[in-house]
Design a protein around this ligand. Sequence first.
Ligand SMILES: C[S@@+](CC[C@H](N)C(=O)[O-])C[C@H]1O[C@@H](n2cnc3c(N)ncnc32)[C@H](O)[C@@H]1O
Length: 281
Amino acid sequence: MSKNDLLIAQKIMSDPYYNHNDKMFHKDSFIYMKSNELIKNYQKYLENREKVLSVIGSSDQILNMILGGTKELDVYDISRFPKYLLGLKLAGVSLLDRDEYVNFFYEGNKKGNVYDNIYDELRKNLDDRDKEFWDGLFNFYDWNEISNSSLFSNEVISPPYVKSQNKYLRKDYYKKLKGLITDVDINIYEGDILEIAKAFKTKYDLVYLSNIIKYLYENSHNLNDYKELMKDLKLTEDGIALTYLNGINSVVRDTFKRPNYKIDQFKDTRSGVLVYKKTKE
Ligand SMILES: C[S@@+](CC[C@H](N)C(=O)[O-])C[C@H]1O[C@@H](n2cnc3c(N)ncnc32)[C@H](O)[C@@H]1O
């Protein structure tokens, strides 16, 4: 672990504004404990992918990809912190039963030293980097303080919503995932995907970009950089790049057109996914 990561996390714990910035996402920005996306509606795109490049975020999509059969993942995030939650969730899936896992990560409604005891179990499965980071927080704070601090997003997402959206949280699939995660190879990268995309040399059959597009558009009111990013991505012949769209509007429809792009709008919502495939432009 970079000692710096822990020092910055400790500063955020003692000063809630320490990681506030003009931009929503940056190298010290918060972690999503849970995904706010309608993952159930696009789970089909996460299935049967061998080699994936994915944003880390809450790690929920990554766990659903592993459940779908992915064994090799390159994962990235602009923030230094989500990778530590990924390590903790992987340890959680290995060691906790489904209800304990849901309670620890999504409900957090127990008092006393329940979560300290759970963390004592989880740390046995953490690699040195993750252990040093979480030990450095658990030595001073309890899990409720950590998970309610500015280190995490304060967006309210209910546990029933999380359970309904994540295939891996169904009891039968959660058990299956326990078996699958032991076989997975995960490489972690830190940085802005617009800057680091060219450096990835392997071809992926899925690149997952969440709704990063929304924040790029809010910053620049321009989607050309995003279209350039699509061209930089290395995809297999059937590979796709998947973008989550919170609101499908005329700008999106006019910018992203066939044959390279397909918009899959979810039934009865304004949300959907943008599916990019490499064909001749
Ligand atoms: C875009 S956010 C949105 C959360 C998402 N809707 C979910 O359900 O998880 C997901 C992750 O993207 C990361 N991120 C945002 N902009 C990025 C960028 N330009 N490059 C790499 N990661 C980025 C954030 O740090 C965050 O962890």
